[in-house]
Design a binder for this molecule. Sequence first.
Ligand SMILES: [Ca+2]
Ligand SMILES: [Ca+2]
Length: 387
Amino acid sequence: MSSIRRFAAPMACALFLGLPASAQAIEARACFTRSCPPNGYAYKDPVTCMTVKPMQPPFEVDLDCDMMNDAWDIPITLKKAGGGSWPTTDACGNQICLPAIPDPAGPGCGADHYSPRFKKAGGGKEGSRVGQCVFPCGRNKWTLTFVDANGDCVPDKFTKSTWECRDGGVNWPFSGKIKTFVTDLTKRRIVPVEACRTVIPTTSGVGYTITDAVMVPLGTELSTIILNNEPIGEPQIAEDTTESTEQGDGGSTLCNTLTPPATIVPGQTATFSGLLVNKDTVTHTYQISTAGSPGLQVATAIETATFVVAPGGSTTYEIDTVFDGVGEGFLVTYAWAETGDPDDNAFDAAVFGNPPTVPASSRPFWAGLILALGAFGLIALRRRVCA
Ligand SMILES: [Ca+2]
Ligand SMILES: [Ca+2]
């Protein structure tokens, strides 16, 4: 029992998000299109004393806090849309950083990898891992979402992190699978998601499905999480370390925002609200995949709905669900355009709290009757005691 509704009326993004007009959500991105090893270093073989690859940079990060440096710090530039860059520490003291971790068998042995981290203010030095490069020719894009309400060019607070890793190998752009992890950095729970590209033979289009999604407490090492029957943190493979000659991904052209209802009542219809904003210069036809936590029923026909949005325009959508589970939950939507281009794709997850409460107005009749009888009994008891 669920459905999806579409609304063609454009509306301002800032109004929908409940933000003042000057505080629109900003997306700043950092792209890493080179193959790992990330720095193009070389090192001397300790046995032959031969230079094997261009010099290993010094380790300057002690990631596991054992008083010995064990990783590289990769500089990050969060590009501003109009040029320049944003700081990597927000006004609340939350920080993002990008250590590169060497292969345990030695740097350059094939399993060096990027390990993007979110360091909560006052939290652990190692931070929370919010993604990983999983391909030897990986092309990675890190998108941070925030607002700058006071216009001081410092993010007020990072609210969302999306790490996109694609296989940039020989079959690009149709090789490999996409793994994307979305986190709501302001909540105690995050929702890592895996989506797979599926080529549909009968059409020219390329579809996406959400193959797995799970909610885990913020700070959990994602390598301990299984998605789509695999650990997230699969190591890189040693073969095919040739750097891709493809140019990096361009700007992100789609904004997908999903908002949960104020209250979730088990067994009752709950409507999640979505917003698609086409930031591209051409019209796109979008489709949506959804997935929900256990107990959240979502319509199966959603993937057939299409949304035609003009350049700079937006459209809203609603998804009715019924939650029959217990505890915290989530709904995630993945929107993509007919191009199949990763710039025209966007996830969002809406997390709802624990435990869902039943408001007085929706209690069943018998519950009200029991309450009334109980109150009557109390009054009767009181009268007896007082008599
Ligand atoms: Ca260490
Ligand atoms: Ca600011």
